[in-house]
Ligand binder design. Structure first.
Ligand SMILES: Cc1cc2nc3c(=O)[nH]c(=O)nc-3n(C[C@H](O)[C@H](O)[C@H](O)COP(=O)(O)O)c2cc1C
Length: 134
């Protein structure tokens, strides 16, 4: 149960004109696919950029990341963290999206991930979690 899982965190810039409806379609597509691939995680969008956490087997995360990298709905991906960890933080979410969920445990889960994170990553997450639109 506590086998190591890969956790990859990246941010990217959404293309101009992206709306909440576009993010909803990404979520619907992602949840279906992630369920089949055993991937869990979190997606944040602040109106300008995405921040995503992908958790799963190394191969599953790689395949998802490779597909996501090719997606023209965003650009300028930066990987902030990529490594093996015991257990999953977002185990019950095929892709959590805090803005339209009532799960108030999400900030606490992000805090667990940020325990050993850089200041830059903490800032990115707090900006996204605050839901500040630009
Ligand atoms: C910001 C962002 C996050 C995405 N997250 C996922 C994801 O978690 N899982 C996933 O399967 N696809 C995700 N996608 C969609 C993929 O890029 C891709 O469209 C989808 O996996 C279908 O790929 P395919 O047409 O090659 O099968 C995301 C796309 C974007 C722009």
């Amino acid at each position: 149960m506590n086998e190591p899982h890969r956790r990859l965190i990246y941010s990217s810039r959404s293309i101009d004109g992206t709306t909440l409806a576009d993010v909803d379609s990404i979520l619907i597509e992602s949840r279906m696919r992630n369920g089949l691939d055993g991937i869990t995680g979190l997606l944040l969008w602040d109106g300008r950029s995405f921040m995503q956490i992908l958790e799963g087997s190394s191969d599953a995360v790689q395949n998802a990341f490779d597909r996501i990298s090719e997606d023209e709905r965003h650009s300028g991906m930066i990987v902030h963290q990529d490594g093996l960890h015991l257990g999953r933080v977002f185990g019950e979410w095929t892709m959590a999206y805090p803005s339209n969920s009532r799960d108030d445990t999400i900030p606490g889960k992000v805090a667990v991930i940020l325990r050993n994170a850089t200041v830059e990553m903490r800032d990115l997450f707090s900006r996204h979690l605050a839901g500040r639109l630009r």
